[in-house]
Write a protein that binds this ligand. Sequence first.
Ligand SMILES: C[S@@+](CC[C@H](N)C(=O)[O-])C[C@H]1O[C@@H](n2cnc3c(N)ncnc32)[C@H](O)[C@@H]1O
Length: 298
Amino acid sequence: MTDITNTAHVPVMLKETLEHLNLQPNAFYIDATFGAGGHTKALLEADVNVLAVDQDPTTEVYMVKLRQGLAAERQANFIAIHGNFEFLESYVKQADLSEVAGILMDLGVSSMQLDEGERGFAFRKDGPLDMRMNPEGESAADIVNQFDQEDLAALIFKYGEERYSRRIARAIVEARQTAEISTTQALVNIIQQAYPKGGYRRDHPARRTFQALRIYVNDELGVLERALQAAEKVLALHGRLVVLSYHSLEDRIVKHFMKNASHLKVLTKKPLLASDEEASLNPRARSAKLRVAERITL
Ligand SMILES: C[S@@+](CC[C@H](N)C(=O)[O-])C[C@H]1O[C@@H](n2cnc3c(N)ncnc32)[C@H](O)[C@@H]1O
């Protein structure tokens, strides 16, 4: 198989993920967040079949590379779809899968999305204030330039859990009276100036506001709720749902859903975390929380 691991994205908790998917030879698994394909590649190498989904059209190049690396007779075992994982049910129908033995959701953004300033996700890189994983609909710049002050403060508080949301919203509204805010660094400067001295702690002052805008722009929490419901429906009996989340808002939704879903049994009372070794090698793994549930009734 062609090596595509020379990409920036290192798959998180790979061993734990595969273990908890409880792989059955020749069965079909869904990788709902393909990214650079790290998890999918390992699944294919373990001789199971994969339906991979990603809403970011730039992941297609990794999908194509992965397919090219497969032996001809294995290519039908890998189905790649550009789309939003909230529509899992229709992808399963479209691919005519009779059974889905497990589903992986590795939430959030990929290292590629963060590394390319052009995408506007990163507060450490300059670029247009975009943040759309799938370039449709409103961008972060639209929100920042059009929302009124109160709505902005509420959004930054709700999705960023940012305690200085009101100050930041006020500073944004003041700044945009002079010039439209169209780049990540323009927004970072505004946030930095709005932050009280000593308010920094360990976080970059822009981190929470950027998280809030990204969640809102991509409707990440609404989509996650709907995707989890779809996942429960398409899973076969004894199929596993494995979710990796990276912040508390996501993790809360996953935990609550698994606990209350009528067909699922929670297999992880507490979320699993990356080993110290992995966390030291891969900063993205430090905030990862892995939760697993199994479908126990039809
Ligand atoms: C953390 S990365 C996944 C990395 C992947 N597991 C790997 O090892 O390369 C998350 C990916 O999920 C995708 N994504 C996020 N939300 C999505 C959604 N609602 N539907 C489909 N893909 C989504 C992002 O575009 C991104 O590529």
